[in-house]
Design a protein around this ligand. Structure first.
Ligand code: ZN
Length: 483
């Protein structure tokens, strides 16, 4: 938390120091535009964002896959409008289907997105689109605007209901960038740049258009997309419009460049994602009934009855049915006293009580404080529990007026914290995406039955393969399944 606070504070200082800097030349358009962030500061913003994203979501631990993504992405970045940037590409350990760019040349793709992509050309299209956001400085511009309009606070509001204003500072500034929406024009420009970069890189950019069709289909899937809206999906221009524009631009770029074969590399791509973790990884925590289990830290805690439950990476938010109170859970590095001290100073929390205690034998500190933001006064009961080199943090908060009625429930998740000893839960394994060859011609539906894929997953597996269940498969074809 301390680092997080430093990052946030330096972000604000940065805004003040650059308020005079005004205009900058856009690398893509060559035109001047209002830019509160210089190139060097853009990089610093990117560094901080990267730290926050990694802390919250974690890096997907697969060096071969990471190398492969670098191998596709770096040549595209090299032929972009900003080849000199120190480009960094990172596969994130998140089941959400998303790709996003942070200022300064950081591009993130989730394993959830890699599971949906079907070939190298599609991946190249996604990466080139995000590269386009960076080269045209959309994310830097967005960042300066969000600092100006206090969007960070609104992001907090979307997570924490009416407590957003107070909670805003508790929620990560950096990862807020994940949910920033670009304007329609920015998206069109990033698409156009993606077609240019992918085509110059020798990829079939029409596969990017096909990917829009896949995204469009996601809406019709039962149970929705399974998580936060992908950046690719949540933006204004409808995928149908984007698809048509991308096909037109692909033809235009090809006519300008010497004739060549544009590659798709389907089997090569599928070989790389064979065995990819699929869906939520239970090793990072899972809910069952009223309990949340964290095998990674060998603990479990109870979710208040009837309260809603939401997760974003390692953060958990439990919300009162009438949104009268909220409990936030997170894991921070450090010691109880350091993490608690950072909370008090950064939130300017007015401490009313502070005491050492133990929770199920673990060293802990409990603090009751008041946090004020404008007209709002929230009372917070915080528990900081030492678990190895980490601190498990619970903040239960409610409006000061209703706090007395809710305080017992707000403290309940922390009070229920207990060691997780059940072996089956400790060792629960994630589902994996497997790439299987078709041995004889059949339908996808029959194939999934033969492969004993859980029937509930069929619509989603079909979607991930860009197929319908009734589609015919030919011998030798490779199909992604989930086991
Ligand atoms: Zn975009």
């Amino acid at each position: 938390m301390k680092e997080r606070w430093l990052r946030r504070l330096t972000g604000l200082v940065l805004l003040c120091s650059t308020a005079l800097c005004g205009c900058a030349v856009n690398p893509v358009t060559g035109q001047s535009e209002l830019m509160l962030v210089s190139e060097q500061e853009e990089r610093q913003l990117g560094d901080r964002t990267r730290g926050a994203v990694v802390e919250e979501y974690g890096v997907y631990d697969n060096a071969a896959l990471q190398d492969y993504v670098n191998g596709v992405a770096r040549p595209l970045a090299q032929l972009s409008h900003r080849p000199a940037l120190d480009w960094q590409f990172q596969v994130m350990d998140s089941p959400v289907v998303n790709a996003f760019a942070a200022p300064g040349g950081y591009i993130f793709v989730t394993r959830g997105l890699l599971a949906v992509v079907n070939d190298e050309a599609e991946l190249a299209g996604v990466l080139a689109h995000e590269i386009g956001h960076v080269t045209a400085r959309h994310s830097a511009r967005k960042y300066s605007q969000s600092l100006l309009t206090g969007l960070g606070v609104q992001l907090g509001a979307s997570l924490a209901g009416s407590y957003g204003k107070v909670l805003g500072p508790l929620l990560e500034v950096g990862t807020g960038l994940l949910f920033l929406k670009y304007s329609r024009d920015d998206e069109r420009q990033a698409d156009a740049l993606a077609v240019e970069y992918a085509t110059k890189g020798g990829y079939d950019a029409n596969r990017m258009a096909d990917f829009f069709v896949t995204l469009e289909r996601q809406q019709t899937l039962e149970g929705g997309g399974g998580g936060a809206l992908p950046e690719w999906f949540s933006t204004h221009p409808s995928p149908v419009d984007r698809e048509a524009a991308v096909r037109t631009q692909t033809a235009q770029w090809r006519s300008r460049l010497p004739a060549r074969n544009y590659r798709i590399n389907g089997d090569a791509y599928l070989a790389r994602i064979d065995g990819l973790v699929y869906g939520e990884d239970p090793r990072q925590g899972f809910r069952e009934g009223e309990w949340f289990y964290l095998p990674q830290y060998q603990v479990q805690f109870r979710i208040p009855a009837q309260w809603s439950f939401a997760r974003e990476g390692s953060r958990v938010q439990m919300t009162h049915p009438q949104k009268s109170g909220v409990v936030l859970f997170s894991v921070e590095k450090g010691t109880v006293d350091a993490v608690a001290g950072a909370f008090v100073s950064s939130m300017k929390a007015g401490v009313q009580q502070s005491g050492e205690r133990t929770v199920n034998g673990m060293k802990a500190r409990e603090i009751i404080s008041v946090v004020v933001d404008g007209q709002q006064r929230a009372k917070v009961v915080s528990h900081f529990v030492q678990k190895g080199g980490e601190v498990l943090v619970f903040h239960g908060l409610a409006d000061e007026a209703v706090f007395p009625q809710l305080s017992a429930t707000l403290g309940q998740p922390a009070a229920s914290l207990a060691p997780l000893v059940d072996k089956a839960r400790l060792n629960r394994q994630p589902q994996r995406l497997l790439v299987r060859p078709v041995t004889r011609a059949t339908t996808l539906e029959n194939f999934l039955q033969e492969q004993q894929v859980d029937r509930e997953l069929w619509p989603r597996v079909a979607w991930m393969n860009e197929l319908q269940l009734s589609d015919r498969l030919s011998a030798g074809q490779r199909v992604k399944i989930v086991k």
